[in-house]
Ligand binder design. Structure first.
Ligand code: MCA
Ligand code: AMP
Length: 520
């Protein structure tokens, strides 16, 4: 292939019958493959008409919609760099991302145009469009005036396709730079490894994916969308996850992808049983640890075994339990609960001790990875990039784990101070930074504790300055005014001291232990 544009590869996989349905929405709308082709052409032509510099970023904070997915595809098609932003982010968070990425184009909802455009124009962005989840907005209006024919812009495998911001344990968020080559290699690997089908299934056209996740992170945007498109598979599009409706859709679908919270919520529905899933071929979980209880209960209730996989924004997917026999590991096909399976074909994974030496089978250490899916580095942060790679080119994931004698990888913890709540990452350092700035606060520690729905949630433990009266509710309220809702600690305690070690460092493990039963 002379061009490595990811869009071209996805487009080449569209089925021959372009009038067939590509996406069916929960509002009852049907989009054909021809619709996807034409609408992304119009949007790509609009972007190109703006005469943007090479490598321009297109930052997008909009509600989930098929048009939002089209905008992503159009950005690839036009050769620009997509920057998705969670709709929960508030102005301080958006100001940082836009200031750091300096996008040439920003797309937001009409309702947020006032404050988002102010931030964008201040940061030098030339073009701000709106896109609403009801197919309206200036982006749609402007795209409608452009041709529905468009030749994808040639890209090299190493050219940037997207930047995904991931928070840091210290300092500000870092933009992980993913290339066309990173994402195409991962999509092709998963197509094969998860056995995507183009025949059979509910309507004879092969797999049908229930798309239930948000589309501003790797799981919903890349793993799910690329997975369906690279196989020419239809998607059933849920604007927002609802367990009852998701179970209902299983009668006409074959593949489901979700974070563990989605599985927990579906298990709470009496309608989930063997009959409801009888057409389903594959249930995939990831983004956070899937509890063995959820894995086992799902097996008992549905007769199907969830396939757990592991990935990161910086690397897309790294490991997966097998869908079918994996000959690299002696034809093993067992999906083992509590593990994240084998390194995907093409991914090299090793476990190293603090001394930088490879650990033997079964021993716990830092997980390091290498492969065509591993990102290019952090946007405009060469030192941070250098810190996160070893001298021989392995990326240090910050996850702690082991590989057993059969080759299965298990993640046992994280060396990074990170809470994963309902599949979203929350960095305690960021929350503590905000709390420590508040009036009357001397110090704070945020820790993750088990939660039956979100897996893990944050709890803030705060020390007041001498004589200051600090109210837990006021702290939560102040955080809510500034930060994305999923980052807000679910509880706050004001205490007189924090447990410390001999070096005066707060012992978060003791706090986690103390509050672990809070939501049991
Ligand atoms: C919502 N809330 C949360 C979360 N989501 N609190 C903690 N953690 C969360 N994840 C809170 C809100 O702040 C709000 O609180 C209340 O719950 C209801 O909000 P709502 O938006 O209605 O919640 P929901 O619709 O029930 O959302 C729950 C959810 C959602 C469906 C589980 O969080 C979700 O879609 N999670 C998936 C995230 C994801 O796609 N991660 C993939 C990252 P209040 O009322 O107090 O304001 S990619 C990745 O990790 C890697 C690469 C990988 O391996 O995939
Ligand atoms: P993100 O920054 O959103 O890309 O999140 C990546 C992190 O999610 C990884 O470094 C892991 O800590 C975690 N993660 C993803 N999948 C799994 C999984 N199946 N089990 C445990 N942790 C996971």
């Amino acid at each position: 292939m002379s061009s490595h544009n990811l869009f071209s590869a996805l487009r080449a996989a569209f089925p021959a019958d372009l009038n067939a349905t590509a996406v069916e929405t929960d509002e009852g709308l049907n989009y054909s493959w021809a619709d996807l082709d034409r609408a992304t052409a119009m949007m790509a032509n609009l972007l190109q008409s703006l005469d943007l510099p090479e490598g321009s970023r297109v930052a997008v904070q909009v509600e989930k919609s098929v048009e939002a997915m089209m905008l992503y595809l159009a950005t690839l098609r036009a050769g620009y760099v997509f920057l998705p932003l969670n709709t929960a982010y508030q102005s301080a968070e958006i100001e940082y991302f836009i200031g750091n990425a300096e996008p040439a184009v920003v797309v937001c909802s009409g309702a947020n145009f006032g404050w988002v455009s102010k931030i964008a124009f201040k940061a030098g962005t030339q073009h701000v469009f709106t896109l609403n989840d009801d197919r309206t907005g200036s982006l749609i209006d402007r795209a409608a005036t452009h041709s529905d024919q468009h030749q994808p812009v040639p890209r090299q495998a190493d050219d940037l396709a997207a930047i995904l911001y991931t928070s840091g344990t210290t300092g500000r968020s870092k933009g992980a730079m993913l290339t066309h080559g990173n994402m195409l290699s991962n999509a092709l690997t998963l197509k094969d490894y998860w056995g995507w089908k183009t025949t059979g299934g509910p309507d004879g056209h092969g797999d049908v994916l229930i798309h239930a996740l948000p589309i501003f992170h790797v799981h919903g945007l890349f793993v799910a969308i690329h997975g369906a498109l690279i196989n020419g598979s239809k998607m059933i599009w849920m604007a927002k996850f609802d367990p009852k409706r998701a179970i209902g859709y299983m009668a006409k679908a074959t593949v489901f992808m979700g974070v563990p919270t989605l599985y927990v919520r579906m298990l709470a529905e009496p309608a989930l049983n063997k009959a409801a899933v009888k057409h389903m071929r594959l249930f995939i979980a990831g983004s956070a640890p899937l509890l063995i209880e959820t894995f086992t209960e799902w097996q008992e209730r549905t007769g199907q075994t969830i396939l757990e996989r592991y990935g990161m924004s910086e690397t897309a997917m790294l490991t997966s339990n097998p869908y079918a026999a994996d000959k690299r590991y002696g034809q093993q096909s067992e999906r083992r609960g509590g593990t994240v399976g084998f390194p995907l074909p093409g991914v090299q994974l090793r476990v190293r001790g603090d001394d930088g030496v490879d650990l033997p089978v079964g021993e716990i250490g830092g997980i390091q990875v290498q492969g065509p899916n591993v990102f290019k580095g952090y946007w405009r942060m060469p030192e941070k990039t250098a810190e996160e790679f070893t001298a021989d080119g392995y990326f240090k994931t910050g996850d702690v784990g082991k590989v057993d004698e059969r080759g299965y990888v298990t993640i046992v913890g994280r060396s990074k101070d990170l809470i994963i709540s309902g599949g979203y990452n929350v960095y305690p350092a960021e929350i503590e930074g905000y709390i420590n700035e508040m009036k009357g606060v001397a110090e704070s520690a945020v820790v993750g504790v088990p939660h039956p729905d979100f897996g893990e949630v944050g709890v803030a433990v705060v020390i007041a300055k001498p004589g200051a009266a600090v109210q837990p509710d006021a702290i939560i309220a102040e955080l809510k005014a500034k930060l994305a809702n999923f980052k807000i600690p679910k509880k706050c305690f004001v205490v007189t001291e924090l447990p410390r070690n001999t070096m005066s460092k707060v012992q978060k493990n003791l706090l986690r232990d103390q509050y672990k039963g809070l939501f049991a």
